[in-house]
Design a protein around this ligand. Structure first.
Ligand code: MV4
Length: 512
């Protein structure tokens, strides 16, 4: 087993990996840019090295500097986390050259999946269902029109080097094809330095369901069930859950088998995820494979009891998978909310800055994978994810109630967060009934447009804001000479209790 692992990442995922290493008695090496000198992952690691300016291209994306630090520190392996270099085959190759283990798949598996057309060919050959479309690049608008005619409109033009929603165009009718094709091609060229595009039939109101897989270096592959990721905004996942309310045991087995076939076809090892689009008739189609640990991996950990990061480390060290498919048991339900430093009142624009106070929920069934602390300044240079709040329950309903309770306990002061969005989703009938699709958030935000009642504003506020509102009301009453009655103080809920406390603080220490 490795004695020391370098973590080529920052934020909550770096902290998550450090925690796994600590449980395995593995020393950890952190990297940090100039603005991350006092970041939580730096404080928690055994050693930390400065690697350059804030701009990721000059720090967290510098393969040469990362390999150099790994050598100097004597790290036997590098964990890339997600984002940054996690899916860059060049890091895996550089690790191989330096005699350092890359905690992830081979560079060849990553390259195969990076090309959506090559991936589609491989999946087609392996009998994995793919969205009807072309398995190679389409060279001009005429060919695109012929192809679209044969599958039927609407279709999507997608960048072969794309993924995650970048470089896509929806084409509803033949008249739109020529200009859509030109736009897609030039967008692909400027975004990915690769103008290859291909065509897929458009799946209406799709759901995004993905299957977690694990493979060892001896050819064994298993799956750990699905994650429902349909609650998204602008291709950014917001909430995930497992199991999916749409998937029953039979569909899980079917999708799981397809995912295992897909991973085998890519000679895949370590942790990976097969993304599927599912339609309303429960047909599902391979969309792409993510060759990394994903942000939302905790919901799978909660329902399977498997620590994915520890498994990744063991698998990278050459261990065989320690369980067979038949050993995997799915228990209960888990939800994840991605807590971002962003402003729901301002189109979810990033809202970095100083965290003045932070109260993180805990208690039964609650897990917070955080990357920040009170007093830390969230830098503007990176993804503004500050934490992932995860709940588990014996049923979906219990997981939801725990999430409602935990979100109420969450308090972040100094920066804006998207906590209010979760209060709304967690009260939205379609969500509660499990009627999820990729349009849910837009529908919800649209239906609530216009006048917002005082009651709604209060309902969306966190417990501390409610407490402050009660305190303000009571304070005003007392300064009007309307002393609060004993009844007012017959405290029945936490926010009233906090309100009384806040009031007392003001009474005892005016001007605070
Ligand atoms: C699609 C699609 C419908 N039909 N492909 C968006 C992200 C990228 N990974 C693929 N995406 C889509 N591909 C076909 N053939 C609809 C989407 C899509 C979507 C997919 C998953 C989650 C949210 C989405 C939001 C809009 C569009």
């Amino acid at each position: 087993m490795f004695k020391k692992i370098l973590i080529a990442n920052r934020g909550e995922i770096a902290v998550r990996i450090i925690r796994a290493c600590r449980e395995m008695d593995i020393r950890t090496v952190a990297l940090y840019s100039e603005v991350d000198r006092k970041a939580l992952h730096v404080l928690k690691a055994d050693e930390a090295y400065s690697i350059g300016p804030a701009a990721a291209v000059e720090s967290y994306l510098r393969i040469d500097k990362i390999i150099d630090v790994a050598r100097r520190a004597g790290a036997g392996a590098i964990h890339p986390g997600y984002g940054f270099l996690a899916e860059n085959p060049a890091l895996a190759a550089a690790c191989d050259d330096a005699g350092i283990t890359f905690i992830g798949p081979s560079a060849a598996s990553m390259e195969l999946m990076a090309s959506k057309t090559r991936a589609r060919q491989a999946m087609h050959a392996a009998d994995v269902p793919v969205v009807p479309g072309t398995n190679s690049g389409v060279k001009d608008a005429d060919e695109a029109s012929r192809v679209a005619e044969s599958f039927g409109y609407p279709v999507m033009i997608k960048a072969a080097a794309g993924g995650g929603g970048k470089g896509m165009r929806l084409v509803l009718s033949p008249a739109e094809m020529a200009s859509a094709f030109r736009d897609a091609r030039s967008e692909a060229e400027s975004a990915f330095n690769d103008s290859e595009v291909y065509i897929e039939k458009y799946v209406q109101n799709p759901r995004h369901i993905e299957i977690q897989v694990l493979g060892d270096r001896h050819g064994n592959v298993i799956h750990l069930g699905e994650r429902e990721c349909s609650i998204q905004r602008r291709h950014q996942k917001v909430m995930e859950e497992s199991p999916s309310p749409l998937v029953d045991a039979a569909m899980r087995e079917c999708m799981g088998e397809a995912a295992v076939k897909a991973a085998r076809a890519a000679r895949y090892y370590n942790a990976g995820t097969i993304e599927f689009l599912a339609d309303s008739d429960r047909n599902f189609y391979f969309l792409e494979m993510n060759t990394r640990l994903q942000v939302e991996h905790p919901v799978t950990e909660m329902v399977t009891g498997i620590d994915l990061v520890k498994e990744q480390i063991r698998l990278a060290a050459g261990s065989k998978l320690s369980f067979r498919q038949s050993d995997i048991v799915f228990r209960g339900a888990a939800l994840e909310c991605r807590i971002y430093a962003e402003d729901p009142e301002n189109n979810f624009f990033p809202s970095p800055g100083l965290i003045r106070s932070l109260e993180v929920p805990s208690g039964p069934g609650v897990r917070d994978d955080g990357g920040v602390y009170a007093g830390w300044t969230v830098p503007m240079d990176y993804d503004p994810l500050i934490s992932k709040l995860v709940t588990w329950g014996s049923t979906r309903d219990e997981a939801i109630r725990r999430m409602q309770r935990a979100i109420g306990e969450y308090s972040v002061e100094g920066i804006r967060t998207n906590l209010s969005l979760f209060r709304r989703i967690l009260a939205y009938p379609d969500f509660l009934e499990g009627k999820l699709d990729t349009g849910l958030i837009d529908r919800m935000l649209e239906s609530a447009r216009g006048a917002k009642s005082v009651m709604q504003t209060i309902a969306e506020a966190d417990d501390r804001v409610k407490a402050a509102a009660v305190a303000a009301a009571l304070f005003q009453m007392s300064s009007n000479g309307h002393a609060p009655s004993r009844d007012t103080f017959a405290v029945s809920s936490r926010w009233k209790l906090e309100g009384r406390r806040a009031l007392m603080r003001h009474v005892i220490k005016p001007g605070e």
